[in-house]
Ligand binder design. Structure first.
Ligand SMILES: *Cc1c(COP(=O)(O)O)cnc(C)c1O
Length: 398
């Protein structure tokens, strides 16, 4: 591979998805140009956010929208806006004095960890999470009962990380919240569907700019004009530490506009080529079963699920995932369900030639019984690795 990262950093092959710890996504040439072009200018940031508003309106069908630092920031700002409305004094008092309507209703099964607890994005605004139902069941009546006078918004999380059954679906969730005049915020950080959640009753929907969109690090807040404006107002308060720069707004606008004209079918075909290549490479290896699986939240993409029979291979899925990650050029697989005996290969973030490297590495490792016998189980790192990286960072410099 000729193109390597700057500063002599080690290249990484990402078959795990749009992961913060790997730099989220790779931006297109157009996005990189737009980002760089903005760096040489002073601009009126409100004017730039109005330009972002136009792109967001067009792509999402929302009444209004703006950009912030991340989807996580978007949740905090929107929760805050639902408490303060357009009162700048209240906005400056957050998070310490959130006022009487300081609760945010969330189904317990939606309180996931996406790299940080979703509850914390709510609490950063000074709000309290009001968990509704139990982890695997939320009834309509539990949700209805939760909509008391102290609730200023209800948060609905769309993610492969949330519990996938027994939860109130968005349309119903919105009906119940709206009966009590409670606005619904949807965290759709990783979702391709830019219109469906608003159509299904969301008042505000939040996307990451740096995931599927392939923009610079950014978050998109889109929805009802009054709520979007109240969320934007938070930039004079808690939003300061979540500020987005002009360059990232410019890049995120370019990414949104490119989404409109992207050859989605062509990209899907390329992804299928990688999936077929990997299936063929794993074909006939004793103890390995591979099958394509649909994205759990309905994004239009498939991944290859590779199930490992540890009894036959001598190593389990967690150990194999770690072994692939410790190659000289690390191959990072999707391992969040690895204790169930499989990992997945995500074809969305490949550079030319990498699908072949992954196919060869898999075949080489999974047929090398001497090497497999040496690989210890590594279930703890699948769970704790995200934290361990932060704890050990800096060790090498001491
Ligand atoms: C990634 C993700 C986030 C955080 O997105 P950032 O833009 O990186 O802050 C929030 N919620 C869900 C469901 C996510 O998948």
């Amino acid at each position: 591979m000729t193109d390597t990262p700057p500063f002599g950093l080690s290249p990484v092959i990402n078959v795990s998805g749009t992961i913060t710890g790997l730099g989220a996504s790779i931006a297109s040439h157009a996005v990189r140009e737009a980002t760089a072009a903005m760096m040489g200018h002073f601009v009126n940031m409100h004017e730039l956010q109005s330009r972002a508003n136009q792109a967001i309106q067009r792509l999402t069908g929302a009444e209004a929208g703006f950009m912030t630092a991340s989807a996580s920031a978007g949740i905090s700002l929107t929760v805050a806006g639902c408490m303060t409305g357009m009162d700048p004094g209240l906005a400056e008092e957050l998070p310490c004095s959130p006022g009487p309507k300081s609760r945010v209703a969330v189904q317990l099964g939606h309180l996931c960890h996406y790299g940080a607890p979703v509850s914390q994005s709510v609490e950063l605004a000074g709000a309290d999470v009001l968990p509704v139902g139990q982890s695997t069941l939320c009834t309509d009546h539990s949700l209805r009962r939760a909509m008391g006078p102290e609730v200023s918004s209800a948060l609905y999380v769309v993610s492969h990380h949330v519990v996938h059954y027994g939860q109130v679906p968005l349309k119903r969730f919105a009906e119940i919240a709206h009966e009590a005049d409670v606005p619904v915020i949807v965290d759709a950080a990783s979702e391709y569907d830019l219109r469906g959640f608003l159509a299904d009753g969301a008042d505000v929907v939040i996307y990451s700019g740096h995931k599927f969109l392939g923009g610079p690090t950014s978050g998109i807040v889109a929805g009802r004009r009054d709520l979007v404006r109240a969320a934007y107002l938070q930039n004079i308060g808690i939003g300061r530490g979540m500020k987005i720069g002009k360059e990232s707004i410019a890049g995120a606008i370019a990414a949104l506009e490119a989404w409109e004209t992207r050859d989605h079918a062509g990209i899907r075909e390329q992804e299928q080529v990688a999936l077929d290549l990997w299936s063929a490479a794993l074909e006939g290896i004793d103890g390995v079963t591979a099958r394509p699986v649909a994205d759990p939240t309905g994004n239009p993409l498939d991944r290859l699920e590779v199930t490992i029979d540890a009894g036959i291979l001598g190593a389990d899925a967690s150990g194999i995932a770690s072994a692939l990650a410790s190659r000289q050029t690390p191959i990072i697989v999707r391992n969040h369900e690895v204790e169930l005996g499989y990992f997945q290969l995500d074809p969305c973030n490949l550079k030319p030639g990498q699908a072949e490297v992954v196919a060869n590495a898999l075949r080489e490792l999974l047929t090398d019984h001497a090497a497999l016998d040496q690989i210890p189980e590594d279930l703890a790192s699948a769970r704790n690795g995200g934290t361990d990286g932060y704890l050990s960072w800096g060790d090498a410099e001491e």
